[in-house]
Design a protein around this ligand. Structure first.
Ligand SMILES: NC(=O)c1ccc[n+]([C@@H]2O[C@H](COP(=O)([O-])OP(=O)(O)OC[C@H]3O[C@@H](n4cnc5c(N)ncnc54)[C@H](O)[C@@H]3O)[C@@H](O)[C@H]2O)c1
Length: 273
């Protein structure tokens, strides 16, 4: 159902890989809410993934970019302004990857070149994105920028490995840049801390199945899925949240505020019997 929340707005969605991706759902919802958008992902993902199909379906341009390359990001903002016919109103950073996780390196045995890559792809890319946009004055006054994060930035979830460090840095960048961008152009910068979600990146996290069920049992509203996340993004991109900035916003069915739930205790006690 559309509420026309983004009518006339222009946006860029980074990170749609396939129809499980959170960014995929956000792109679909944004168009449904009346926005025109461009999509971006790595050249490999554009070649191998389904993002071009999404581009065709939504009638929007796909602009390849490695999010660790400032030059590529500058090009995405420049091209998007040309294609969409003006400054950008909203941006989604939905990008994450850890070579340490991929190669099965434990947190007490990290490869530091891999760690640098994890931080560059999953966190510093957000700074590069904001810097590239601000230098071109590409984001309209009162625009809204979001990145997706996970509660492992605040609490230890051992399977999350060095992605926890990346998410801490990502959230810090949202606050630091949010201050500067808010002052200069009233641009909002926030992170949404999402429930475990069954996507390609999510399934790469060690013990994801168990983590998913644990969070489901602990959260009074259950896990938020990718469609729920897309809905939340619509509100955050809309004019209804103009004064929300520099926040890490939990979108997790209440998980982040629960110590123990009846459901989880029941499962735990059954395990003890
Ligand atoms: N799935 C979860 O459980 C969960 C929970 C909380 C937060 N998140 C976050 O949501 C975001 C989106 O992940 P997802 O779960 O939709 O998985 P996904 O695998 O669909 O998306 C990750 C995207 O990152 C892109 N990417 C990787 N390296 C890149 C690079 N160098 N340049 C540009 N793009 C690159 C991939 O191509 C892919 O499209 C990530 O930041 C992830 O950490 C996911």
């Amino acid at each position: 159902m559309s509420y026309n929340l983004l009518k006339g707005k222009r946006g860029i969605i980074f990170g749609a890989l396939n129809d499980q991706s959170i960014a995929w759902k956000v792109a679909e919802r944004a168009v449904e809410e009346g926005a025109t958008i461009t999509l971006s992902n790595t050249a490999v993902a554009v070649r191998m993934g389904q993002v071009s199909e999404l581009g065709q379906k939504l009638n929007c341009e796909v602009i390849p970019a490695d999010a660790t390359s400032l030059e590529d990001l500058e090009n995405v903002f420049k091209k998007s302004m040309e294609v969409l016919g003006g400054k950008i109103d909203f941006v989604l950073h939905s990008i994450g990857m850890s070579p340490n996780v991929r190669k099965g390196r434990d947190y007490d045995d990290l490869n530091y070149d891999f760690l640098n890559k994890t931080l560059d792809i999953s966190a510093i890319s957000f700074h590069k994105m904001l810097q590239a946009a601000k230098k071109q004055d590409a984001i309209a006054e009162e625009g809204s920028v979001l990145a997706l994060t996970y509660i492992a930035a605040q609490r230890t979830f051992c399977g999350y490995n060095d992605m926890a460090d990346a998410k801490s840095l990502l959230e810090s960048i949202a606050r630091s840049f949010g201050y500067i961008y808010g002052r200069s152009s009233k641009v909002r910068v926030n992170t949404i801390s999402q429930s475990p979600t069954m996507t390609t990146a999510g399934q790469g996290v060690s013990g994801m199945d168990k983590l998913f069920h644990f969070a489901e049992k602990l959260s009074p509203l259950g896990n938020a899925d990718a469609d729920d996340c897309a809905n939340y993004c619509m509100v955050m991109f809309s004019d209804l949240t103009k004064k929300v900035t520099m926040q890490n916003l939990y979108h997790d069915g209440g998980f982040s505020s629960v110590g123990m739930s009846d459901d989880a205790i029941e499962v735990f006690e059954k395990g003890l019997e």
